[in-house]
Structures are given as C-alpha cells and as structure tokens.
Design a protein around this ligand. Structure first.
Ligand SMILES: [Zn+2]
Ligand SMILES: [Zn+2]
Ligand SMILES: [Zn+2]
Length: 160
C-alpha cells in the first residue's frame, strides 16, 4: 500500500487505523535499519503511542500512557525518545499545540506541512511539493532555515 496517498486522504475520515499504524511502524523499522540507528524498545513504544491516534499528543500524554503499564517513567525518558523520533523525522512537533504527531511520510524530504482541524483535533500531514509561500521566499533570495506550516480549520467531516 502506498503510505503517502493512504494517510493523506484518511486522517480526517473513518478508516482502518490499524492499517496506518502497521504501515508506518514497519516503515520506521526499515528506515532505522537502513540508517543503522536503533529503534529501541522505548523509542518504539513512544512511536506506537503517537501512532495510536491522528491527534497530536503532548509529552505528558505520552508519559501518562507509559505510566499506565510501567512505573518510574520520568519526563526525561519520554523527551529522549521523542528527540530521537524528531531527529529521524519519524515524528514532528506541532508548534501551535506544543504536541507531537508521528510522521505520515517517513523518509520524506520536504518541510512538514500540517492541516489541523480545530473541532476533531486531527492532523493531516501533507506531502505535496514545497509550498508556494516557500517558493516565493526563495525567488526573492530568502534562504529558509526552518519552516513550519500549520493551517488550522475544519476538516470535511466536521463541516458536515
Ligand atoms: Zn489512521
Ligand atoms: Zn513528516
Ligand atoms: Zn475535524
């Protein structure tokens, strides 16, 4: 299954989410193997928690979820795992929500672009070509170092 099409279309609608989780977890494992970095048990657990929903999760949501089955999980443990996932592009930070989402297109090159529904709180990550805004910036010689595109609104399901 093509991860890109699959997830872009489905984040805001009813779908077999189990399939999303499986495809993205498999992809993460493959990428880590290729890059020779370790997806340790803890890192994988944190990724699985993020993958459980299309809604962004705060570090403390992740912490509380881990603490349901384990004891002595402290914030630094969660932050270290999140840092790894961010570095590897397996997760992204949604700045406007101060929360994290799993990457829907692991291994993609372009800047992350998000549509955030303010009603159901689901987030879709676009993998379209570079945004015209960024294109415009480059045309006037502006060198982009960091770009976060977070667009809030109502998804098609919530508009009905
Ligand atoms: Zn899903
Ligand atoms: Zn991504
Ligand atoms: Zn919605």
């Amino acid at each position: 299954m093509h991860v890109k099409q699959h997830n872009n279309l489905l984040a805001f609608s009813e779908h077999n989410h189990h399939q999303c989780e499986k495809v993205l977890l498999d992809r993460a494992k493959t990428l880590c193997d290729q890059r020779e970095v370790r997806l340790t048990l803890r890192r994988r657990q944190v990724l699985e928690i993020l993958l459980s929903t299309h809604q962004p999760m705060g570090a403390y949501d992740v912490l509380n979820t881990l603490n349901k089955t384990e004891q002595n999980i402290t914030p630094p443990i969660v932050y270290r795992a999140l840092d790894f996932l961010l570095e590897q592009g397996l997760a992204h930070r949604i700045e406007s929500e101060n929360a994290f989402v799993p990457c829907m297109h692991p291994g993609h090159q372009c800047e992350a672009q998000f549509l955030i529904c303010s009603n159901c709180h689901c987030v879709a990550e676009l993998d379209s070509a570079i945004s015209p805004v960024l294109d415009e910036a480059q045309k006037i010689g502006f060198e982009i170092r960091h770009a976060v595109i977070e667009i809030s609104g109502l998804c098609a399901t919530c508009r009905q």
